[in-house]
Design a protein. Sequence first.
Length: 288
Amino acid sequence: MHKLHGTGVALVTPFSPTDFSVDYAALRRLLDFVIDGGVEYIVINGTTAESPTTTTEEKAEILRVAKEHVAGRVPLVYGIGGNDTAAVERTIRSTDLEGITAILSASPYYNKPTQRGIVAHYQRLADAAPVPVLLYNVPGRTASNISAETTLTLAQHPNIIGTKEASGNVEQCMQIAAGKPTDFLLISGDDMLTTPLISFGGVGIISVLANAFPRKFSDMTRHALAGDYAAASKLLFELLPLNPLMYEEANPVGVKVALELLEVIPGAVRLPLLEASEGLKARIKALL
C-alpha cells in the first residue's frame, strides 16, 4: 500500500453552471490538472465530491470516466459510505471496483453508533469488499468519533489497511500512531495537520486544497515525508491563509471558487449548497 503514501486529492465533482448536470469534460480537465500537479493518487466520489447529491447512475459514470481517463497513471480510491450498513454492503457488492486500489468509507453519520457498532459496521464492510478498506473519521460531519482504541481494533482486520483521520485531535492521532501495526496507514484528513501527522508516523494526506494547488501540496507532503520539515512548513504556511476560506461557506464551495478562478472547472455546486458569496469570492481571488 505504499502507493497510498503522499498526497491523495479528494476530487470535487464539476457541475454545469446552467443545469447542474455533471460536467464530464471539466472532470477530465481536473483529473489531468491534479495528475500533472504531481498528486500520488485520487479519491473519486468522496464527500468532497458532493456524493450525497449525485445519483447512482452519475456515480457509476463518474467512476467509469475517471478510470478510463486516468488510465492507470495514478491509483484511484473510491468513496462508498453511509449510515445503513446493509445498504453500503450492497453498494460495495454491486459496484465495478476493477482497477480501484481501495475503498474510503466514512463512519456512519446521524445514527451516532456506539464504538461496538462502528467496529461491527466496518468489519461487515471489510468482509464484503473485494478491495482493501480505508476508515474515514470525520466527527464534525458524522456526529460521532472513531476512538483510537476502535481504530486499533479495526486495524487488526486483514482487509482494513488504514484510516483517514479528520478528527482534528492530534493526541488521538498520536495514540493511533503509537499502537498501530507497522503497515497500517495513518492518513491526515486535515490539510493543515499534514506535516505534524507525518512527523510522528503519518504517511500523507487526502486533501481538499490539492484540487486547486496540487503541485504546492504534493511538494509539501514529499518534503515532510523526507524529513525536511522546514521546507514543508514553508509551503504549508503559504496555504494557511486560504485554508479557512475553503470551508467558510461549506466544503467544496471554497475550493471550487479557486478552481474556477484558475480556469480549471466551473464553480457550480448543488443544493443544499449554494454558490459562494461575492465577498468570499473576492477574498479568495485576492489571496490567489
